[in-house]
Write a protein that binds this ligand. Structure first.
Ligand code: CU
Length: 284
C-alpha cells in the first residue's frame, strides 16, 4: 500500500509541475502590453491563492483513501467520533478568508482594467473604428479617412481607442497578446482601450463562434516602433484604388466571402461606424 501511495504522490507532483509550466509558457511569458501585464498579475495571484484550497484537498483525498483503507493494518477504529471544532473552523474560516481576499482583488482589478477606461500616456490616443462582418474585420481610421480589411496597425506606446460594432451577428474582438477581449454587437457600440509596449506583428481573431466561415475571421495587428513607420503605412493604404464612400460600397463588402485577404481603402466616409450602427435602428 505504501508503494501505491508513493506512486500516487509522484503522479500528482508530475501533473502539478506540468500544469504550472504550461501556464507559465502559455500565459505569463508574453507581456506585450500594460493591460496584458496587469491581467497576468491577476491570474497569477488568483491561481496561487486557490492552491491554498486545492492542494490540501487533493492531498487529503489521497491520504484518507490510504489511511482508511480496509487493508491498512494500522487504521484507527473510532465509531463514536462526532465532530471536531478545529476541523470545522479550518474548513470554514480558510475559504471565507480566501473568498474575501479574492473579492477585494477582483473588485479593484475590474475597476482598473475596465475596457472603457482611458489609458494614461504622454502620446495622443488614436481612434480606430472596428466593424465585424461575415467573415472578416473592417478597420476604419476616421481621422485619416482610410480603412482596411483584416489588418490593423498603430505605433508603439500609443493608447488606442477602439469603437466597435458588428455589421452582422455578434462577434468578439480579441488580440490575446495585448489584453482584453470585447464583444461587437449589431446596433450597439462598445469601446476598448489597448496599448502595446512592444513592436511586432500579433494575431487577432474573433473569440465568439459566429457561423460557417468563422475560422477565416483572423486579422493581423502591426505595432510599429515609431510614428514615421505608422504614417508610411497610412500612405501605403492611401495608394489603394478602392474606396468606401457610401453605404452601397459597404453593402458590397458584406457579400459573404470566406478567408479574405488583406484589403486597403483609400477614401472612407468618416461616419461609417455610426451609419452601420443606425442601420439596425428601428427608427430608420
Ligand atoms: Cu516588456
Amino acid at each position: 500500500m505504501i508503494k501505491n501511495f508513493n506512486i500516487l504522490i509522484f503522479i500528482f507532483f508530475v501533473f502539478f509541475v506540468f500544469i504550472v509550466s504550461e501556464i507559465r509558457s502559455k500565459i505569463f511569458i508574453h507581456n506585450y502590453s500594460y493591460i496584458r501585464e496587469e491581467e497576468n498579475h491577476l491570474i497569477f495571484i488568483l491561481f496561487f491563492t486557490m492552491l491554498f484550497v486545492i492542494i490540501p484537498v487533493i492531498f487529503m483525498t489521497i491520504y484518507f483513501s490510504y489511511k482508511y483503507n480496509e487493508n491498512n493494518k494500522n487504521k484507527i477504529y473510532n465509531p463514536n467520533w462526532k465532530d471536531s471544532y478545529i476541523i470545522e473552523s479550518i474548513i470554514w474560516i480558510l475559504p471565507i478568508i480566501i473568498i474575501f481576499f479574492l473579492s477585494i482583488i477582483s473588485i479593484n482589478s475590474t475597476k482598473s482594467l475596465d475596457p472603457r477606461k482611458n489609458i494614461n500616456s504622454i502620446n495622443k490616443t488614436i481612434e480606430i473604428d472596428v466593424v465585424s462582418l461575415d467573415w472578416c474585420w473592417l478597420f476604419i481610421y476616421p481621422n485619416h479617412k482610410i480603412a482596411t480589411i483584416n489588418e490593423v496597425s498603430f505605433p508603439i506606446n500609443t493608447p488606442i481607442k477602439f469603437n466597435l460594432t458588428s455589421g452582422t451577428v455578434m462577434n468578439s474582438f480579441f488580440i490575446p497578446n495585448l489584453g482584453s477581449q470585447i464583444y461587437t454587437m449589431p446596433g450597439a457600440k462598445t469601446k476598448l482601450y489597448l496599448i502595446a509596449n512592444h513592436s511586432g506583428i500579433y494575431k487577432g481573431f474573433s473569440s465568439n463562434y459566429s457561423g460557417n466561415g468563422f475560422s477565416g475571421m483572423k486579422f493581423s495587428v502591426i505595432v510599429f516602433e515609431n510614428n514615421n513607420k505608422f504614417f508610411n503605412w497610412i500612405k501605403d493604404v492611401k495608394k489603394s484604388k478602392n474606396s468606401l464612400e457610401n453605404m452601397n460600397n459597404f453593402y458590397n463588402l458584406q457579400i459573404n466571402r470566406k478567408n479574405r485577404e488583406i484589403e486597403y481603402f483609400s477614401n472612407v466616409c468618416p461616419n461609417l461606424l455610426n451609419n452601420v450602427i443606425s442601420k439596425f435602428n428601428c427608427i430608420n
